[in-house]
Design a protein around this ligand. Structure first.
Ligand code: ADP
Length: 623
């Protein structure tokens, strides 16, 4: 029979397993049991709507057999099984599920870390065995197949005999060494404790034959050894237990195992709700965003159970988009088991549950923000963007839920700040919340207007994400304070006298300014003097709702319509250039105007539209 080779990543992982020095090798059993349970779930699901399955909940089980003579452990399930193609596809390739994104982040991790953090599925069997066979028959197929592998050199698949659908996995344990006693895994006490530790909540019985010594009936002082089949797991799902019975570790390992995260969650929320809607919910707020979080591939949703039975794997209706990062499950007796997806969407109970869950998440995030600031800021690094999108979406419909959860870096001690914190620090006489936009904080700090506002002693929020200014415009105001872009023309920082003086100056230079505007064509709507700038000769400000930053964002979108912000070129009236301009002839004035405009664009983080003209003008000036 021809031996087939594993796919490259699989081989790498397999090698890692075979040579592993990982100390918790016992997790191989958890992985096999969890696969068996998933396989049973699939067939059980089907049995709900398909009578030909011919099985009821009580019929499903997982059986472990230990054989000291042949040094084998066998894990048998009567789940959906696998066809030859599935054996090939599932066991020849690793982690289609996306639980491992091998190339990117794992190269810097050690084997031990990877194994410890992910658990690595079926292949972990090779940590304890030098040969593994998988005998499987898919439901509805009349053929069975045997998959055999002795490790990294490949595997074979051949036709085999098996009566019912399901899978039998046999591990041939490695020989004991001085350091590793693999024989331990043939002892019933050891297997019992491993199952209790990792797989207690599995919803199908995990059976093991246990030998016990019993008095012989009717005969005194006589004992016999009998074999009894025991169920090792309590089958109570973790979320149905009392909170006081569950340790933090249990919550966390359940999360990592079930939702494929290698980090502990930032927050565990276990709530038992009774009332209009009665349900148990176990929710997790992750610390880090999954690699596909901000992409179309990411599917939000919570697992939905009816009385402990899974009815949907990712129910999207239970989570609003802005909390789509939340993982977890909801178990409610109020939902019918056979409920279809379409019906579910209109289900009144479901809506009620979704509403209370949203409130609960908001409360927990608020608590985290107030009491566990560091953790919140870490969470916010990953998911703050989603909250801001939430604010922007649907014309700001959800602003009440979100406005106190968002943060920006502030010029106050360069720290993250909520809007509430900003407002509480506002100076007397400060009416607005000032913000400035740019790619990075450093670039924003180079804006002339930022310097001017800071000089007045006002705090500035740094908007560095594309969505920031859009989101804030949906919010419109916070506690009665309006948001003002420091680059907008309505900044108005000066005193009344200063404003009056400026007005006069602009009036007097009217002709010159309009000639300057003409030489710039449509690029600006106006040229005028300002007294808000300190050191810079000129800057661009925007009029109306659309800032230059928003222009940049909108025009970077796939179907951009060449939107233009209305910009004004402002000349620093306190800069020597202001006087100089007044002495120039028309031709030179035009050149100087263009140069000032180009400089202002560059300082504002925009590009110069015609670099060769820019260079020509500069060199002319130099010679
Ligand atoms: P994961 O469980 O993370 O997908 P595994 O390597 O553990 O990764 O398993 C790979 C795939 O093999 C599973 O997704 C499943 O489709 C299939 N599989 C594994 N064990 C069984 C089983 N006992 N019965 C049916 N299918 C199985």
């Amino acid at each position: 029979m021809r031996k087939k080779q594993f796919k490259a990543e699989s081989k790498k992982l397999l090698d890692m397993m075979i040579n592993s020095i990982y100390t918790h090798k016992e997790i191989f059993l958890r992985e096999l049991i969890s696969n068996a349970s998933d396989a049973i779930d699939k067939l059980y699901f089907r049995s709900l709507t398909d009578e030909s399955v011919g099985m009821s909940k009580e019929d499903f089980k997982i059986k472990i057999d230990l054989d000291k003579d042949s040094r084998t452990i066998t894990v048998t399930d009567n789940g959906c099984g696998m066809t030859a193609e599935e054996l090939e596809g599932n066991l020849g390739t690793i982690a289609k599920s996306g639980s491992l994104d091998f190339k990117n982040e794992n190269e810097t991790k050690t084997d031990v870390e990877i194994i410890g953090q992910f658990g690595v599925g079926f292949y972990s069997a090779f940590m304890v065995s030098d040969k593994v066979t998988v005998l499987s028959k898919a439901f509805g197929s009349d053929e069975a197949n045997l998959w055999t592998s002795q490790g990294a050199d490949g595997y074979t698949i051949e036709p085999a005999e098996k009566d019912a659908a399901g899978t039998v996995i046999t591990l041939y344990l490695k020989a004991d060494t001085d350091d590793e006693k693999y024989s331990e895994f043939l002892e019933t006490y050891r297997i019992t404790s491993i199952v209790k530790k990792y797989s207690d909540y599995i919803r199908y019985p995990i059976l093991l034959d246990v030998e016990t010594t019993k008095p012989v009936e009717g005969k005194e002082d006589e004992y016999e050894t009998v074999t009894e089949t025991k169920t090792l797991n309590s089958m109570v799902p973790i979320w149905r237990k009392n909170k006081s019975e569950i340790t933090r570790e249990e919550y966390e390992s359940f999360y990592k195992d079930k939702f494929y995260d290698y980090e502990k969650p930032a927050k565990v929320i276990h709530s038992k709700v009774e009332g209009q809607a009665t349900y148990d919910a176990l929710l997790y707020i992750p610390k880090k965003a999954p690699f596909n979080y901000y992409s179309k591939e990411y599917e939000k949703g919570l697992q939905l159970y009816s009385n402990g039975v899974l009815i949907m794997d990712k129910c999207p209706d239970l989570l609003p988009d802005y909390f789509s990062f939340v993982k977890g499950l909801v178990d409610s007796a109020d939902l019918s088991l056979n409920i279809s997806r379409e019906v579910l969407q209109h289900d009144y109970q479901l809506k009620l549950i979704a509403k209370t869950i949203e409130k609960k998440i908001k409360t927990e995030l608020t608590n985290m923000l107030n009491k566990d600031r560091e953790v919140y800021e870490e969470f916010y690094k990953s998911f703050g963007m989603q909250l801001k999108y939430g604010l922007y979406e649907n014309y700001g419909m959800n602003k009440e839920v979100l406005k106190d959860l968002i943060m920006f870096v502030s010029s106050y001690e360069d720290k993250m700040s909520t809007l509430g914190e900003y407002v509480s620090r506002m100076k007397e006489g400060q009416d607005n919340i000032y913000y400035a936009c740019g790619e990075t904080k450093a670039k924003i700090d180079m804006l002339p207007q930022v310097e001017a506002v800071k000089d007045k002693g006002y705090e500035i929020l740094y908007f560095t994400d594309n969505v920031d200014e859009f989101a804030i415009q949906m919010l419109m105001e916070y506690e009665g304070k309006h948001f003002v872009n420091v680059c907008a023309d309505n900044l108005n920082l000066g005193t009344d006298e200063e404003k009056e003086a400026l007005k006069k100056e602009n009036e007097e230079a009217k002709d010159m300014l309009s000639r300057m505007k003409e030489s710039l064509g449509d690029s600006v709507t106006e040229v005028r003097f300002t007294n808000a700038l300190k050191n810079y000769p000129a800057c661009l400000t925007s009029e109306g709702m659309l800032s230059t930053e928003m222009e940049k964002v909108l025009n970077s979108m796939p179907n951009a319509a060449g939107i233009k912000a209305e910009t004004v070129l402002e000349i620093n009236s306190n800069h020597p250039i202001a006087e100089k301009l007044k002495t120039l002839d028309d031709e030179t004035l035009e050149k100087y105007t263009k140069l000032l405009y180009m400089q202002a664009r560059l300082i504002g983080g925009l590009s110069v539209e015609d670099p060769s003209e820019f260079s020509k003008l500069i060199s002319e000036l130099m010679v």
